[in-house]
Design a protein around this ligand. Structure first.
Ligand code: SF4
Ligand code: SF4
Length: 270
């Protein structure tokens, strides 16, 4: 039987930077002030390029990567990838160590100062269970964000990928290619803003070697974790990961886009 793979397809040309998606996400998920699960990046207009330079807007959020480094960085198994392609956080297992935050090349994660756990987009599971679209998709007035099962040819997301199969781009950091499952139609050039993943040294050696159960035991038994727990209790807010994505590009090191391969890569796996 065909396995569902949920993903987001974004037509950046339709984005008008109204930030309705950012606001609706905050309302739907109760994201604390100063933090956001999604964002709009903006390019700098190139005035040397011609008479009518323009700013390109690029909506984003967690890319629900095929090879999520955040999962490898998590010592407790709290961060995991579902069979349906969605990368989730089990808050009951999260100890708030923050390892996953610099590991994500997209800055998609932050430490929720209220819950003291990692936080990011999860495609609104409560809404989906009720038959609704993720809040950002539902709210977008121009339908720049499209969500669906890209393995279902009847879905809008799959149709868009098929229609634009030669013009689909993924935002990829060449030093940290996580095979993101967010697809941009190439009508506008995505902005360069990713950063190289930073793995905690202790976790880097465990990556891909041990299973989640062992990771859980190791993660919970180490002295380092006790120190992390202490830090979590003492600090209520980690300003270094304030997710002010909607203010535009923040990091500009070594990222790139990969054109025309996105849908093919996906279908090749079938
Ligand atoms: S975008 Fe970042 S947080 Fe989301 S799955 Fe990829 S590595 Fe993990
Ligand atoms: S904060 Fe630590 S325990 Fe929680 S999801 Fe991130 S890496 Fe895992």
């Amino acid at each position: 039987m065909r396995k569902a793979q949920y993903a987001m397809v974004i037509d950046s040309a339709k984005c008008i930077d109204c930030k309705a998606c950012v606001v609706s996400c905050k309302v739907a998920n109760g994201t604390p002030e100063g933090f956001s699960r999604n964002w709009i990046k903006a390019s700098e207009p190139d005035f040397a390029a011609g008479a009518k330079p323009r700013t390109h807007f690029q909506p984003g959020a967690c890319m629900h990567c095929e090879a999520p480094i955040c999962v490898d960085a998590c010592p407790t198994g709290a961060t995991y990838k579902n069979a349906d392609g969605i990368v989730m956080i089990d808050e009951t297992l999260c100890i708030g160590c923050g390892n996953c935050i610099p590991a994500c090349p997209y800055g998609a994660r932050f430490r929720n100062p209220q819950k003291r756990t990692a936080d990011k987009c999860n495609y609104c599971p409560e809404r989906r269970a009720a038959g609704l679209l993720p809040a950002c998709v539902d709210t977008c007035p121009t339908k720049a964000r499209v969500f669906g099962d890209i393995m279902n040819p009847e879905s809008d997301a799959a149709r868009l990928l098929e229609q634009h199969k030669d013009h689909v781009v993924q935002v990829i950091n060449q030093k940290s290619n996580t095979a993101p499952h967010m697809y941009y139609l190439a009508s506008t050039a995505p902005v360069d803003w990713t950063h190289e993943a930073v793995m905690p040294a202790s976790m880097a050696t465990m990556t891909g070697v041990v299973d989640p159960v062992v990771k859980t035991l190791v993660g919970l038994s180490g002295l380092g974790v006790l120190v992390m727990l202490g830090r979590q209790l003492l600090s209520g807010h980690d300003s270094s990961h304030d997710s002010s994505h909607d203010s535009g590009p923040d990091v500009h090191t070594g990222s790139d886009v990969q054109a025309g391969q996105a849908h093919k890569q996906q279908t090749d796996k079938e």
